[in-house]
Design a protein around this ligand. Sequence first.
Ligand SMILES: [Zn+2]
Ligand SMILES: [Zn+2]
Length: 169
Amino acid sequence: MKIDLSKLIDRAVYKIDFVHSLDLDKVLTKTREIIMSSPVETKGSIYMTDEGLYLDATVSYEYYENCARCLKEFVNKIETALSGRLVENSKLSRKIDDEELVFYYDNDEVELVEQVLTSILLSLPMKSLCDDNCKGLCLVCGKDLNKEECNCNIQEIDPRLAKLKDLFD
Ligand SMILES: [Zn+2]
Ligand SMILES: [Zn+2]
């Protein structure tokens, strides 16, 4: 996933547009294994500015997720922004602010894979719904309320289960 920066560095152009597709089967986090359903697409531009090179991109990915309410599997689509300054590796002695995202480049080429992976890990939602209006499972009989209604009276729910209900709301 390397991008050639020589035209920008030579000031032949002031902007490069790029689209990059990365084939990833899965991403491992500390607690989960994320199975991707399609290649990760990174689309953006690199600019030559008065302060140097700057990258601005969007990372789009799709993965298999289970709905937090009805537990059904669905494909979750996420878009996340990726942007920051580009710094040449040989000039690393210059102090870099930790808060700032920096892409290092060498020999007029920048490698984005690591930053794309980081942006995926940082943007993964804690929990997701198959649909904002997902009705979830009945806490009494366990039926998927998106598919059928049941006659359970949620009001008569055991107080110990009411706590569980709060979790699902
Ligand atoms: Zn659902
Ligand atoms: Zn029910």
